[in-house]
Write a protein that binds this ligand. Structure first.
Ligand code: COA
Length: 326
């Protein structure tokens, strides 16, 4: 059996750091409230002129370097993003051009904060089917451009970043063990961006009242996120005959420290099994998991043979889990 395996990780965050204290200066909020309710202290913000594809390309180059894979060896590029450079074409195509990956197909996946795990599942399926040998999977976002910086309920939560992995065909028991995707579109307005798609075209009114920005009912999203992430994590463990005790590292979507802690508790994980970096980056949507994975990998936190549980939840709603042996 062909097994899809992650052979390289990379990430990139923009230079500019926006702390809670910085936000206090222009918004009716404070550092203490933000840290207590979200666990976030600071986030990185893309510079003017810096695009999602730029972040994605930097992260990709680092993953390729670690894997020892050159641009022309890549068969496919899949980018999980909801803040692409353009509505279309895909940001994956911009990355393909930036890298000069002339033998690669390229497309984006729109699954909000679950985008990276959805994108990864496409790579795994192509590789396991024998239709691709080396796939570049990226989660990249510039959320700072779609949040309303006058809305204290939402803007404090988000940041910009990119993370990437190289997935290669291999054999043996190391690699992706299973991926589980779920969605429920019946309550999409609890977390979404109303404009500008075909439903809400650009208009002077929308620009004036900022009704095209990301909107969220935080309390409602919180409850569904915990329930869904815990449930899909258990499904992934059960599918592989494992329990929470088998997990060496749990890398959840970094939405909010309270969501992470509540989810980990529901799954039955101990604090030392959980990777957390939301304090330094905030919620970077599709980028949180590959960013955390790269950090953990480069810090030597992951050893060969370790069991990793990746778990995401996002707008749609979408949620997903991936279990893998490193
Ligand atoms: N600073 C200070 N006060 C704020 C604030 C801010 N940034 N944002 C909201 N408040 C106020 C509210 O106006 C409200 O005041 P009121 O009681 O006078 O009306 C009070 O704080 C409590 O608001 P509430 O929305 O109930 O707070 P909360 O405990 O639910 O925390 C979130 C808000 C957004 C942090 C929380 O709901 C959350 O994390 N939700 C999940 C969001 C998420 O992660 N989404 C992405 C999933 S992928």
């Amino acid at each position: 059996m062909i097994r899809a395996r992650i052979t390289g990780t990379g990430s990139y965050v923009p230079e500019k750091v926006l702390t809670n204290l910085d936000i206090e200066k222009f918004l009716d909020t404070n550092d203490e409230w933000i840290r207590a309710r979200t666990g976030i202290s600071e986030r990185h913000i893309a510079a003017d002129g810096e695009q999602t594809s730029d972040l994605a390309t930097r992260a990709a180059e680092r993953a390729m370097e670690m894997a020892g894979v050159s641009a022309d060896e890549i068969d496919l590029i899949v980018v999980g993003t909801i803040t692409g450079d353009y509505p279309w074409p895909a940001t994956a195509c911009v990355v393909q051009a930036n890298l000069g990956a002339k033998n690669a197909g390229a497309f984006d996946v729109s699954a909000a904060c679950s985008g990276f795990l959805y994108a990864l599942s496409c790579a795994v399926d192509r590789v396991e089917a024998g239709r691709a040998q080396k796939v570049l999977v990226i989660g990249a976002e510039i959320l700072s451009r779609i949040v309303n910086w006058e809305d204290r309920n939402t803007c404090i939560l988000f940041g910009d970043a990119a993370g990437a992995v190289i997935v290669e065909a291999g054999e043996g028991d190391r690699g992706i063990l299973s991926t589980h995707l779920h969605a429920d579109g019946t309550q999409l307005e609890l977390l979404y961006q109303p404009g500008f798609g075909t439903k809400n075209l650009p208009s002077v009114e929308a620009l004036k009242d900022k009704s095209y920005f990301l909107e969220m009912q935080g309390n409602e999203v919180f409850k569904v996120a915990v329930r869904s992430m815990a449930s899909v994590a258990k499904i992934a463990l059960e599918a592989n005959g494992m329990t929470a005790e088998d997990v060496d590292l749990f890398i959840p979507h970094q939405a909010n420290i309270r969501i992470l802690n509540a989810t980990a508790k529901k799954i039955g994980l101990k604090d030392e099994q959980v990777y957390i970096n939301v304090d330094r980056f905030g919620n970077t949507s599709g980028a949180t998991i590959p960013l955390a994975l790269d950090e953990a990998n480069r810090a030597g936190r992951i050893k060969e043979g370790d069991i990793l549980l990746l778990d995401a939840f996002g707008g749609g709603f979408t949620w997903a889990a991936t279990l893998l042996r490193w």
